[in-house]
Design a protein around this ligand. Structure first.
Ligand code: PHE
Length: 365
């Protein structure tokens, strides 16, 4: 900026002075916003080339006697403005200003609410089942989801190569051919291996429920998912009989589905229980009259159970000799959590549990 920026005044009357000083003030504000503080200071207050010096020379000193006072007053106001602008000059300040304005919050707006989380229906059902047994004095145990062949099958009385293994299509961890079979890893197909892990850790008596995730290489459809959950139960003591098993499960089904529910036990097979049974409950949809849900039979199959096979106790005895089948006996049961949750909440697609759709999950909030 050079002296040409300060034109000679066209007159010294009020109107001319007003116009001339107003335009200088505007110019000062513009420069203050555009320049950094030092450049602005040089431009306006510089000793030699400063614009205020120019104004002083060309306007103030040149003013005729009667106009001197008016020009002087306006010059003083302009100088104060320039000094005030210098305080807050600089493009960085302007940028900060703009940024602050953009960030400014409207404190009258309602706050952002975090939605309260809801327990997943599977977690909820699982906890419900566990608490039915906790009330009977059962404790809770867990075990690994990646399990060895030994715990998942061998000690549960599925010998290597035995066709009973085909009933649980298994997902195995790859590239373990060099390990002995019993040490090879797989995704557990049931929670039953935790029966053995528990017995190895503690002598009888045992009353334990084991909730957990299991995997099978099953094709997904409306009622099957390769990932699902089970609650296992194990009770071992002296003189445990099949009627203890029946009474316990009859009570549990009534606690879960209502006291009107009836149970019945059908012969079945599991390698680790003998005798084994499938438990059916009277259809909770039609009360036993027969409907589509129970395929007109009035009954719905819900879980597997049986008396612990002495062969299983023999494996437990390798670590805990007190599991002597001549002295103790026990029962075990296992139920699918998804199946129970589907019945309790009237859900027809097992996949809904795993799809992560908030419209579905939000209903359990
Ligand atoms: N583990 C069995 C299954 O997954 C269920 C079961 C558990 C049966 C305990 C009897 C006793 O099919």
């Amino acid at each position: 900026m050079t002296n040409e920026n300060i034109p000679n005044l066209t007159g010294f009357d009020e109107a001319a002075l007003e116009k001339a000083f107003a335009s200088l003030e505007a110019q000062a504000r513009e420069s203050a916003a555009a320049l950094d503080a030092e450049a602005f200071r040089l431009q306006w207050l510089g000793r030699k080339q400063g614009l205020l010096n120019e104004v002083s020379d060309r306007w103030l000193k040149a003013a005729p006697g009667p106009a001197k006072k008016a020009v002087g007053q306006r010059f003083k106001v302009l100088k104060e403005l320039v000094e005030a602008l210098l305080e807050g000059a600089g493009p960085s300040d302007a940028a900060t200003d703009a940024a602050l304005r953009a960030e400014a919050i409207d404190i009258t707006l309602p706050g952002t609410r975090r939605p309260t989380g809801a327990e997943h229906p599977i977690t909820r059902t699982l906890n419900e089942i566990v608490s039915v047994f906790a009330a009977l004095g059962y404790s809770v145990g867990v075990g690994p989801e990646v399990e060895t062949d030994y715990y998942n099958f061998e000690c549960m009385n599925f010998p290597p190569g035995h066709p009973a293994r085909d009933t649980q299509d298994t997902l195995v961890v790859a590239a373990q051919e060099r390990k002995p079979l019993r040490d090879r890893l797989l995704l557990r197909t049931h929670t039953s291996p935790v029966q053995m892990r528990t017995m190895e850790q503690q002598p009888p008596p045992v009353r334990i429920v084991i909730p957990g995730k299991v995997h099978r290489n099953d094709a997904a459809d409306a009622t099957h998912s390769p990932i699902f959950h089970q609650v296992e139960g194990l009770c071992v003591d002296t003189n445990i009989t099949f009627s203890d098993l029946k009474g316990t499960l009859d009570h549990a089904m009534k606690a879960l589905f209502g006291s009107a529910v009836k149970t019945r036990f059908f012969p079945s097979f599991f390698p680790f229980t003998e005798p084994s049974a499938d438990v059916q409950i009277s259809c909770i949809f039609c009360g036993g009259k027969g409907c589509r849900k129970c395929k007109q039979s009035g009954w719905i199959e819900l879980l597997g159970c049986g008396m612990v096979d002495p062969a299983v106790f023999a494996f437990a005895q390798e670590k805990q000799p007190a599991y002597d089948p001549k002295k103790i006996s026990g029962f075990a049961f296992g139920m699918g959590v998804e199946r129970i949750a589907m019945m309790k909440y009237g859900i027809s697609e097992i996949g809904s549990f795993f799809a992560g759709d908030m419209r579905f999950l939000g209903q359990f909030a």
